[in-house]
Design a protein. Structure first.
Lengths: 112, 112
């Protein structure tokens, strides 16, 4: 079956540090890949996406590249801010019903 | 532009009481609709999805049911709540099945 594996959190960083959150997946076919962010007490917001191999999604300084050979979609940001503190979810869609398969989420805490 | 609403925002219910959570989408037609649950400290689990009025698919056998009485309305129900039904319930929609889903603000349910 399909699955998404994310690194365990929490990840604690100082402001302006480099952030990487690892995400690997197992899927049949060619999934679309997503990163969602959840701020405390809120719903999920789409952060970025990639729909085919070697695509790079980017938004708000975050980037992730769809690597088919390593089945990975790692999230990176060069200089984090306190406002980036949130839970980040990696997810994929493989079927025609559009069902999202989520990773377990990674909490990121950025301190001043 | 499209918006998605959920209500209530928070709910505290006794064990054995009924439940009705509502989700509505504006600004689009014939969306795919989804209900997810996020238990405390855990990832998101897909509960139900719908590709049209009256068409409901269940992902996980449980104490809950869903209905779609109108094109842009999705309701999550229970006849008798269990303690294990506590969690954060998120509704989402998408227009095309391999595209990103857009999430509502969520309903936090506490069953006592």
């Amino acid at each position: 079956g399909n699955s998404v594996t994310q690194m365990e959190g929490p990840v604690t960083l100082s402001e302006e540090a480099f952030l990487t959150i690892n995400c690997t997946y197992t899927a049949t076919g060619y999934p679309s890949l997503f990163w969602y962010v959840q701020y405390p007490g809120e719903g999920l917001q789409l952060l970025l996406k990639a729909t085919k191999a070697d695509d790079k999604g980017s938004n708000k300084g975050f980037e992730a590249t769809y690597r088919k050979e390593t089945t990975s979609f790692h999230l990176e940001k060069g200089s984090v801010q306190v406002s980036d503190s949130a839970v980040y979810f990696c997810a994929l869609i493989t079927d025609s019903w559009g069902k999202l398969q989520f990773g377990s989420g990674t909490q990121v805490v950025v301190t001043p | 532009s499209q918006t998605i609403h959920q209500w209530p925002a928070t709910l505290v219910q006794p064990v054995g009481s009924p439940l009705s959570l509502e989700c509505t989408v504006e600004g689009t037609s014939n969306p795919n609709l989804y209900w997810y649950r996020q238990a405390a400290g855990r990832g998101l689990q897909l509960l139900f999805y719908s590709v049209g009025i009256g068409q409901i698919s269940s992902e996980v056998p449980q104490n809950l049911s869903a209905s779609r009485p109108q094109d842009r309305q999705f309701i999550l129900s229970s006849k008798k709540l269990l303690l294990s039904d506590s969690g954060f319930y998120l509704c989402a929609w998408t227009q095309a099945t391999y595209n990103e889903q857009f999430f509502g603000p969520g309903t936090r349910l506490t069953v006592l």
